[in-house]
Write a protein of this length. Structure first.
Length: 272
């Protein structure tokens, strides 16, 4: 059988052998089915998670012990309800599902689970689920990651105010989709997101002192940002920095012993 990074394409003895290797890691891509304005598909986040992850895995040393799970395509998207096609699962269901899968991976002998998430609205949910899973299976390291956070140089490609205010279906996402799947991009280039008026001083939509906003509070089109300057050329630059940034991070993780096989849950080393 030809080697594959996809766990579901392997036979069980191959998975057993890989899971038994030091540092064995599984990456689980997470997307969403939610509105992305009148010009981008509902599966935008899912497509980004898969395309970036597969490109990252293709660049990694083939000898490294890493597999990926099938995409979790439907996620937690209540902020986008009210726009046709948005699907959102209950948070408790997603947490239970993630914890259940984590238990199975830990039982199989895997040492790490990386949650490779491309939907900003479920960052906190996956962090909560990761903490719950780790508390139940402390032998399994769990790393909840967000596609757009971490790789150097990505934010520098997006000018202000779009860098701060372009939260959804704006310049970055539209450009990346024009690079990866231009046939899925509609002709509109909306600018929207000011519907709710100025944000109270000291508060923000995301980041410090965030507001629990719903898209309909801010936008009639579903866009929060400005897609007007989007281009496939910018998308290609974003894609390269995302892929290379995550390749470096996964390579460093896979070549490390973190969190260390000699660590005993609940044990605090003697400070002396």
């Amino acid at each position: 059988m030809e080697h594959s990074r996809h766990l579901q394409q392997l036979a069980w003895p191959q998975v057993e052998q890989l899971a038994a290797r030091p540092g064995s890691t599984v990456v689980w891509p997470w997307g969403a089915v939610e509105q992305h304005g009148p010009h981008l598909p509902l599966g935008t986040d899912a497509l980004f998670a898969e395309r970036v992850l597969d490109a990252v895995l293709a660049r990694l040393d083939g000898a490294l012990p890493v597999l990926r799970l099938p995409l979790q395509s439907i996620g937690f998207s209540p902020e986008h309800r009210g726009f046709s096609g948005t699907l959102s699962l209950p948070p408790q269901l997603l947490i239970s599902q993630l914890v259940a899968v984590g238990h199975e991976l830990a039982a199989a002998g895997f040492q790490r689970l990386v949650l490779f998430n491309a939907h900003g609205g479920q960052i906190a949910l996956l962090q909560t689920a990761a903490r719950q899973l780790r508390s139940e299976r402390p032998e399994l390291a769990v790393l909840p990651c967000f596609l757009w956070s971490g790789p150097e140089g990505v934010a520098a490609l997006i000018p202000e105010p779009e860098r701060s205010a372009g939260l959804h279906a704006g310049l970055a996402e539209t450009s990346l989709m024009l690079h990866l799947a231009p046939e899925l991009v509609g002709p509109d280039r909306p600018r929207d997101g000011d519907r709710g008026g100025p944000i109270p001083p000291g508060w923000s939509l995301e980041g410090q002192a965030p507001l629990a906003w719903l898209t309909q509070d801010l936008s009639a089109s579903g866009v929060i940002g400005d897609a007007g300057g989007a281009s496939a050329a910018l998308g290609a630059q974003l894609f390269e920095r995302l892929v290379e940034g995550w390749r470096q991070r996964l390579d460093a993780l896979l070549r490390s012993s973190w969190p260390g096989s000699d660590r005993v849950p609940g044990h605090r080393p003697d400070p002396s």
